[in-house]
Design a protein around this ligand. Structure first.
Ligand SMILES: *[C@@H]1O[C@H](CO)[C@@H](O)[C@H](O)[C@H]1NC(C)=O
Ligand SMILES: *[C@@H]1O[C@H](CO)[C@@H](O)[C@H](O)[C@H]1NC(C)=O
Ligand SMILES: *[C@@H]1O[C@H](CO)[C@@H](O)[C@H](O)[C@H]1NC(C)=O
Ligand SMILES: *[C@@H]1O[C@H](CO)[C@@H](O)[C@H](O)[C@H]1NC(C)=O
Length: 443
């Protein structure tokens, strides 16, 4: 990342209204200070110490998944800054939600938990696994048997996704349903956040453990997702499609940042798992380039579609940018060829987002880059935290761990065996070049 452009950003930030944060993107201390203010806003305003289930205050009880992703934001914060302020409540909250079978299906959420909700809690375990975070606490001082292993937590959830996939195979030629409880509203829908979540979980477990079983499932879920058009040939990621009535033939083509991000992170992990497979690299590049086109302004500022035409984003929607910020930054460190593109977008977006913060509270319209622009809610606060601290990921000395005994990926890797593109490895660079041109032509 260029020092010059960072100095330029810092100057631009300093010219902003004085109550907003100025973010000198070349200065980790300033980034950490800003992240610390935003984390404090998130925690102090929304954390509910009285909630015995370790939840944040939510507008609706089924926003349990938002608590899961917010803890992931604070886990990222803890890892990236070494500030231990939130470590204890974070570990306690995760422990309270692992459930009886140690897979993030707690009885307390039985009324509304869906596959994607579970996945958003699982990402905490995967993050903790990848950065060798403290193990889960054992309440009761370890006097009774107690699971504490992050990998086990992730792999148990993976096993659940596999068995549900098999149970859901009757429609759309495969795929997980959004819901896993037959009586739940939405049991007739298959979607990207769910299947991307399974894909990402499998890919991260594959990269960390080196176990081919996970990689095989990641490939299977990716191939199905493209076959059914959830991930299109030009790397758009659409929301999903009804399965029971329509067999996935009538898709909801809305594009949300978090759907693209979910697949991007999985593809980046598959690239790393394979030691640099060109096919996976081209997929990552496609997802990054399309995300740039769909979710960033010409000025490089991240924007959710619902911000247009009156900012009708709800608290669910305002949190989505946190996923794109979080996983784009990890993608940049896993896949060197996209690092410059991502760094540029994250720096510009973080600088703009910081200008929407006043006190410890941020706004969701980063494009306005003014104090309190847009909505100020839980999802907004989390998105601001993740975009600002994404700059720390890019510079992080933090290294992704690999399980002891996991085979180091071969370099260079062979193209993946499963997908049609792998049959012509020499073709793998062509779609990428064509794609870059088409981005320029249409934008
Ligand atoms: C956090 O602390 C550890 C141990 O002192 C150190 O190795 C690491 O570099 C620190 N990380 C950051 C981001 O400051
Ligand atoms: C549903 O879609 C799958 C995959 O596209 C296809 O294999 C299957 O034949 C379809 N089923 C029906 C009943 O049309
Ligand atoms: C690989 O992962 C699968 C799924 O969790 C597991 O059943 C299998 O035992 C693992 N294999 C090895 C060698 O650890
Ligand atoms: C975004 O908000 C709208 C409006 O409340 C809601 O209907 C929709 O389900 C949300 N989008 C997603 C992908 O959750």
């Amino acid at each position: 990342m260029g020092k010059v452009s960072r100095i330029g950003l810092a100057t631009a930030a300093l010219a902003s209204v004085s109550t907003a944060y100025t973010l000198a993107a070349d200065n980790d201390v300033t980034i950490k200070d800003t992240a610390s203010q935003i984390a404090k806003g998130l925690f102090d305003t929304y954390y509910d110490p009285a909630a015995t289930t370790g939840q944040f205050k939510q507008p609706e009880s089924w926003f349990w998944w938002l608590s899961g992703t917010a803890w992931n934001g604070l886990l990222d914060y803890t890892l990236l800054t070494n500030d231990t302020t939130y470590k204890k409540p974070l570990l306690d909250a995760i422990y309270k939600n692992v459930g009886e079978n140690f897979d993030f299906v707690p009885a307390s959420q039985a009324s509304w938990e869906a596959n994607d909700d579970q996945a958003y809690w699982v990402y905490n375990a995967l993050t903790a696994m990848e950065y060798s975070f403290d193990p889960l606490p054992c309440p009761g001082g370890g006097s009774s048997p107690c699971e504490t292993d992050w990998v086990k937590l992730g792999s148990n959830a993976f096993d659940r996704f596999v068995s549900r996939w098999n149970a859901d195979a009757g429609t759309c030629g495969g795929g997980l349903k959004w819901q896993f409880t037959p009586s739940a509203k939405g049991y007739d829908y298959k979607n990207s956040v769910t299947n991307g979540g399974f894909f990402q979980t499998a890919a991260r477990l594959a990269r960390y453990t080196g176990n081919q079983t996970y990689a095989d499932w990641a490939i299977k879920v990716w191939d199905w997702s493209t076959s059914v058009g959830f991930v299109t040939s030009d790397f758009r990621v659409i929301d999903g499609a009804g399965d029971e009535k329509f067999n996935c033939t009538q898709p909801d083509k809305n594009e949300w940042t978090y759907n693209s991000a979910t697949y991007m992170m999985g593809a980046a992990n598959m690239y790393a798992f394979t030691g640099g497979d060109k096919v996976w690299e081209q997929r990552v590049q496609g997802l990054v380039n399309t995300a740039k086109k769909q979710f960033f302004t010409q000025d490089g500022i991240m924007r959710e579609a619902c911000e247009n035409n009156g900012n009708r984003c709800n608290t669910d929607n305002t949190s989505f940018k946190s996923s794109l910020a979080r996983w784009m930054a990890r993608t940049a460190i896993l896949v060197p060829s996209v690092k410059q593109t991502i760094t540029d977008l994250l720096e510009k977006s973080a600088t703009a987002a910081a200008k929407t913060c006043s006190g410890s509270t941020c706004g969701n319209l980063w494009t306005a880059a003014a104090p309190s622009a847009g909505k100020q809610d839980f999802g907004t606060q989390l998105s601001a935290l993740e975009i600002v601290q994404s700059l720390l990921v890019l510079d992080a000395t933090l290294k992704l761990a690999t399980a002891a005994g996991a085979a180091q990926p071969p370099t260079p890797a062979q193209p993946s065996a499963s997908s049609p593109a792998a049959a012509q490895p020499t073709e793998s660079a062509k779609p990428q070049i064509k794609f870059v041109k088409s981005v320029h032509k249409t934008s």
